[in-house]
Design a protein around this ligand. Structure first.
Ligand code: 6CS
Length: 370
């Protein structure tokens, strides 16, 4: 393991030194007081996505705020997708400490099985902002079972980042589970997603993010699952005929740190990191909404792709098929992960209960006024 870590570390150093693939240092917008050069340290963030993505915007804002809060003593470098290898290479490198932080989403299931919780369908509310708040509320994000799942793999979860609804693209219209019959759909590499799409009647296939465009173009895949911004920025929409909005799940990534690095931060730097990730919760929600809305406009302007929005009744058929997959999750991850799933379900029910309470109070107020 040590040897492998050393090789990965050297790969990152070599990468940082080579001009063409130079990582991107997110420049602070406002120049902080200049520290002596020797005092400046650099933290690296591995992104699963390219420039212009939600993860990139998150990383750039994180870099700007950290630079300000540390009076210029820390610079943050972003490594967009492709610069550190494939998706699992990114996770290997943050586990090994070759980079300080990284994002991990669906493929992370192979490294942190409990993170497949974020791939479960029909678990969160229909309100994206509320979901972002629930996932980042201390009751969930600092839950000891969540933290222990990451710590066991030398990682520490800093923030949970929903990046927009997971939207199906396909070369045929899909409105019912029967429509999925024989459809080769690409899922990220985790068992939970494969079980979910098998339950829907499709034929799940795993493929690396960077290979998807040609997979669809060559007809190896009939369908794909991405937030809208990714369908656009990776040009996937150009090789598919339908975009189908079932609002079955959001794309959710974890922004995570190498455990030893995070634990070893000075109190001052740790506070800067903790404050920054808290400040970025409402920020990134607004960014993902904007990016997804803007990119949908680009898609519709530049293609004849058909947009399909499932009705509540159509969604319900998928919801029912998704429920037994919760038991599969429980079997896969054991007691700790199951407790975590139950905490999330409770938080969601509580938030939905508050909504109903607020609606009833508003109705009562209107009736009194009448
Ligand atoms: O589908 C994937 O593999 C990738 N999609 C997005 C939107 N982000 C990263 C992830 O690996």
């Amino acid at each position: 393991m040590k040897m492998r870590n050393g090789i990965i570390g050297m790969a990152v150093l070599a990468l940082a030194a080579c001009g063409g693939d130079e990582p991107e240092t997110a420049a602070p917008e406002t120049a902080a007081a200049e520290p002596a050069e020797a005092m400046v340290q650099t933290w690296g963030i591995g992104l699963e996505e390219i420039e212009g993505s939600v993860q990139y915007e998150y990383g750039a804002k994180f870099a700007e705020l950290i630079n300000e809060k540390t009076d210029g003593e820390v610079e943050v470098k972003l490594y967009p997708y492709g610069q550190l290898g494939g998706l699992t290479d990114i996770y290997d490198q943050v586990q090994a400490g070759a980079i300080e932080m990284a994002f991990g989403s669906g493929f992370l299931g192979g490294t942190v099985p409990e993170s497949q919780l974020f791939s479960l369908n029909f678990v969160l509310t229909d309100d994206e902002k509320k979901n972002t708040e629930i996932l980042n509320d201390a009751a969930f994000r600092k839950n000891e079972d969540l933290v222990a799942s990451f710590r066991e793999r030398d990682l520490y979860p800093l923030a949970i980042v929903p990046e927009g609804w997971q939207v199906w693209s396909a070369n045929k219209e899909i409105r019912t589970p029967e429509d999925f019959d024989g459809v080769a759909i690409r899922t990220m590499d985790n068992r939970l997603l494969r079980e979910t799409y098998s339950a829907y009647g499709a034929e799940p296939t795993t493929m690396e993010y960077g290979e998807l465009f040609s997979g669809m173009q060559l007809g190896q895949l009939d369908a794909n699952i991405q937030p809208v911004f990714a369908h656009q920025e990776m040009d996937f929409y150009q090789v598919q005929d339908y975009l189908i909005f079932a609002n079955q799940a959001q794309f959710i990534a974890t922004f995570m740190a190498n455990e030893d690095w995070y634990d070893g931060l000075s109190d001052e730097y740790k506070e800067a990191v903790d404050e920054t990730v808290a400040e970025l919760v409402p920020y990134i929600h607004e960014v993902q909404k904007r990016l997804n809305d803007e990119r949908l406009e680009i898609i519709t302007e530049n293609s004849d792709i058909e947009l399909v929005y499932l009705t509540p009744e159509e969604r319900q058929a998928f919801r029912e098929l998704s429920l037994p997959v919760r038991d599969t999750f429980a079997e896969m991850v054991g007691e700790r992960g199951t407790r975590l799933m139950n905490v999330l379900i409770e938080q969601v029910e509580e938030a939905e209960g508050e909504d109903v309470g607020e609606e009833m109070a508003a109705e009562a107020e209107t009736e009194t006024a009448e």
